[in-house]
Design a protein around this ligand. Structure first.
Ligand code: ADP
Length: 251
């Protein structure tokens, strides 16, 4: 579903990703772990087409994210093409990023109606189902500022799912939350991971969560995957010294 081939990303003279190869199979839940600054968020931002790679290609399913196929020749993707393909990707950020001037229900219906052209009533019905899933039906008529951080993050998750994306990207979705609100959001994501076949790519510092939801854990260091495998292998029998050091520092 996701394929990075020889992706290099530099900021000035700093090479953040160095000829990265990575694959995520359909329906799989993959977690990226590793020290701060190792390039994990850059991967999600490249997927969202918020950044462009300096070299290499990224594919979503059988289409390139980074390039357009013009008569068998690959040319860099135009902004219009990127916007089109991005509709298939949902992202939840650390800082929720809800629309502050829209009530909860409208936060969820806005993109399905205006980006996908969905009928307003159908979008509202879907939004109500999603609010039920995330346990916020009683709050649909409130503004984001009237909700706790955990509730806002659950709205952000519902909003991402409303687009019926092929892929859900989660960028440290609990790191801006008060500690007592973290468990509720992680429980919801566990439910979604276990009850849907959506492909998920997560960056997280919550190792127990990574262990519970992941089919595969990838350990990053300095822009490279140094080790990957099922969570039981990475968390109980890591092969690489850097992985062992990292895990003992975060646990
Ligand atoms: P992680 O998510 O693993 O903490 P990031 O992908 O956020 O790492 O960042 C990797 C490196 O890229 C860091 O050294 C960071 O400072 C640098 N970086 C990220 N975004 C930018 C940017 N827009 N301009 C310059 N440097 C950046």
């Amino acid at each position: 579903m996701i394929r990075f081939e020889a992706v290099t990303k530099r900021f000035g003279s700093h090479t953040v990703l160095d000829a990265l190869d990575m694959k995520v199979y359909p329906g799989k839940h993959v977690t990226l772990i590793g020290p701060s600054g190792s390039g994990k968020t850059t991967i999600l931002r490249l997927m969202m087409t918020l950044l462009k790679p300096d070299e290499g290609t990224i594919k979503l399913g059988d289409r390139y994210l980074t390039h357009e196929d013009k008569g068998g020749k690959l040319v860099p993707a135009s902004d219009r093409y990127s916007r089109e393909i991005r509709k298939n990707i949902g992202m939840v950020f650390q800082q929720f990023n809800l629309f502050p001037n829209m009530k909860v229900l409208r936060n969820i219906t806005e993109a399905p109606v205006h980006v996908l052209g969905m009928d307003k009533d159908a979008a509202e019905q879907r939004a109500r189902e999603l609010l039920d899933l995330v346990g916020l039906t009683a709050h649909l008529d409130k503004y984001p500022s009237q909700l706790s951080g955990g509730q806002q993050q659950r709205v952000a998750i519902a909003r991402a799912l409303a687009m019926r994306p092929q892929v859900l990207l989660l960028d440290e979705v609990t790191s801006a939350l008060d500690p007592e609100l973290v468990a509720g959001v992680l429980d919801l994501l566990r439910d979604i991971a276990h009850s849907t076949d959506i492909t998920m790519l997560c960056v997280t510092h919550e190792m127990n969560f990574a262990r519970d939801i992941s089919d595969c854990v990838m350990m990053f260091d300095a822009g490279r995957v140094i080790e990957f495998g099922p969570p039981e292998q990475i968390f109980t029998a890591p092969e690489h010294e850097r992985t062992r050091e990292f895990l003992s520092a975060v646990r």
